[in-house]
Design a protein around this ligand. Structure first.
Ligand SMILES: [Zn+2]
Length: 218
C-alpha cells in the first residue's frame, strides 16, 4: 500500500521538527497521522531516539492503540491518539510534547491568555487547560476531546503533564505544537515584565478569521 508507505515517511520526517524546535527531551514526545479512509493511524515507536527513527520503524495501529503492522511497540500514548481520532473526525494529525514553557503553564493549571495577535491568529483565543489524567489508558484522550471539542484552540495544556496539539493533518498538528510553545514562552516573558491585557473578543475574531481564511499562499 503506497499510501501507507508515504504516510510512514511523512510521520518519520515530521518527528525531526520536534527536536529542531526544542519541543522534546530524550525520547519524550510523539506524533501520529490518521490513515485516510481506514480506522488506522501511523505513530512513533516507543522509546526510540529521534535520530534513530526511520519510516520502517513507524508503527501502524488501530484506533484502540493496538499494533496492526510494525516491528516496534507503539508510543505509550497510542491509546490517547486513537481516542482523539475516534471522537474528532476532523482531526488527521496529533502531536504530544512536554515542551518547557507550555508545560510550565500546564503545571500551574493556568490557560495561556490571548494577549497577542499571533495567538488570536492561530488559536482564536486562550489556550485552555485540560484535566489531570494518568498515562496509558484513554483518560487523557477523553480530557483532550472534552477540552477542545467546540473550542477554536488546536492545542490543550494537559494539567501537570504537557501539550496535545491537533491538526487537519500531521504537519498542521506540528505547527500548532510549535506555535503553542512560542506563545507560552512569549506570554511568560511579557508577564514577567508586568501585567498583561487580553485582546478584546472582536479583535480576536477578526484576526482569527483573516489568518484562517486569507493569510498565506492560496
Ligand atoms: Zn506525555
Amino acid at each position: 500500500m503506497d499510501e501507507l508507505a508515504e504516510l510512514r515517511r511523512e510521520v518519520c520526517a515530521l518527528h525531526a521538527e520536534l527536536p529542531r524546535y526544542g519541543l522534546v527531551a530524550w525520547t519524550s514526545g510523539n506524533l501520529s497521522a490518521r490513515v485516510p479512509d481506514a480506522e488506522l493511524m501511523v505513530i512513533k515507536p516507543s522509546g526510540v531516539s529521534y535520530d534513530d527513527l526511520t519510516p520502517e520503524s513507524m508503527v501502524v495501529c488501530d484506533l484502540q492503540g493496538e499494533v496492526v503492522e510494525g516491528d516496534f511497540a507503539p508510543s505509550s500514548d497510542a491509546a490517547t491518539h486513537g481516542h482523539i481520532y475516534r471522537e474528532m473526525a476532523e482531526v488527521g494529525g496529533v502531536v504530544h510534547t512536554h515542551s518547557g514553557f507550555a508545560t510550565a503553564w500546564a503545571i500551574r493549571g493556568e490557560p495561556i491568555p490571548c494577549v497577542m495577535t499571533a495567538m488570536a491568529d492561530e488559536f482564536g483565543g486562550d489556550i485552555p487547560v485540560g484535566p489531570f489524567a494518568l498515562i496509558g489508558d484513554e483518560e487523557i484522550g477523553r480530557g483532550v476531546v472534552e477540552t477542545l471539542g467546540g473550542h477554536r484552540s488546536r492545542a490543550v495544556l494537559m494539567r501537570s503533564h504537557g501539550v496535545f496539539a491537533l491538526g487537519e493533518g500531521p504537519r498542521d498538528a506540528v505547527k500548532a505544537a510549535v506555535m503553542c510553545e512560542d506563545a507560552a514562552r512569549t506570554v511568560h516573558l511579557a508577564r514577567s515584565l508586568g501585567p498583561v491585557e487580553p485582546l478584546d473578543p472582536d479583535s480576536i475574531d477578526a484576526l482569527y478569521d483573516r489568518y484562517q481564511n486569507v493569510y498565506g499562499q492560496r
